[in-house]
Design a protein around this ligand. Structure first.
Ligand SMILES: [Zn+2]
Length: 265
């Protein structure tokens, strides 16, 4: 079994290489699938931490591997438009990786516009940020209804479109569980090409627990935000050390409100 850790991710990559796969970017999908041979389309959905993404990207780079990072505009934890995020996007590309869009379609349900309009807007905005066309998008926690819509744009791959990745075997590390599959078996036995979805959060955090990975992501984002505050806001004062204390006593929103009002005193 492969451990969910940085060395574990390195052995996953080593296994993929040793079993005869060539890593391919999503922009090369059509070209790659037309060629003989086994391709591995490594996809990273970046839900909560660009810092962990960069850590993973550096590891891949040290092994001569290029992969595709799907980043989000509406992550609950990072701001893709911040200076810190811009620097990471730049660095990911400098290391030879590709940037694509991770899109939260569920959030569109209440909006005035269609999913297609929202997607088009974010694809264009991301292209503006990185200075080149975005060639693929993945949906964040898509409902079966959204997948069934088979959303299509010309020359843009929808990673959940059954035709776009036809014949490509799919493997995902969701919540540190391969959905009951053994990745070593799946990779060694795969005959054709593979799409592997991994989330840097599960591999680059040092915690052995899923909850601990979340804590690490929250803290990492706080520290990154703090670095920008230190650099740009004189009134911020000294560097702080943050810690997370889990508690069951904050049981509802009213209690949180109480905490907030006490902090304002
Ligand atoms: Zn996601």
């Amino acid at each position: 079994m492969i451990a969910f850790s940085e060395p574990g991710y390195r052995s996953l990559l080593t296994l993929i290489q040793a079993t005869g796969f060539q890593f391919a970017l999503f922009s090369d999908l059509n070209y790659s699938l037309a060629e003989p041979g086994k391709r591995c389309f490594m996809r990273h959905d970046i839900d909560v931490s660009l810092d962990f993404a960069l850590q993973m990207a550096k590891l891949e780079h040290s092994m001569g591997i290029r992969t595709t990072y799907f980043v989000m505009f509406r992550s609950p934890l990072y701001n893709l438009l911040s200076r810190h995020s811009s620097r990471i996007l730049h660095e990911l590309r400098r290391l030879g990786h590709q940037i694509c869009l991770h899109f939260d379609a569920c959030d569109m349900a209440e909006a005035q516009h269609s999913i297609e309009h929202g997607l088009r807007f974010e694809l264009d905005a991301l292209a503006f940020l990185i200075g080149e066309k975005v060639t693929a998008f993945s949906l964040h926690q898509p409902t079966p209804a959204v997948i069934a819509q088979r959303i299509e744009f010309r020359d843009v791959i929808n990673t959940y479109h059954p035709e776009h990745l036809r014949g490509v075997h799919y493997l995902s590390d969701s919540n540190r569980d391969w959905r009951g599959k053994d990745p070593v078996h799946e990779i060694t036995e795969a005959e054709g090409s593979l799409q592997i979805l991994t989330h840097p959060l599960w591999w680059m955090s040092e915690s052995s627990q899923v909850e601990g990975c979340w804590d690490a992501a929250v803290l990492q984002n706080l520290y990154s935000a703090q670095e920008q505050l230190l650099a740009t806001e004189r009134a911020y004062g000294e560097r702080r050390r943050f810690e997370i204390r889990r508690t069951t006593s904050i049981a509802n929103a009213n209690d949180v409100g109480d905490v907030k009002s006490r902090m304002q005193d």
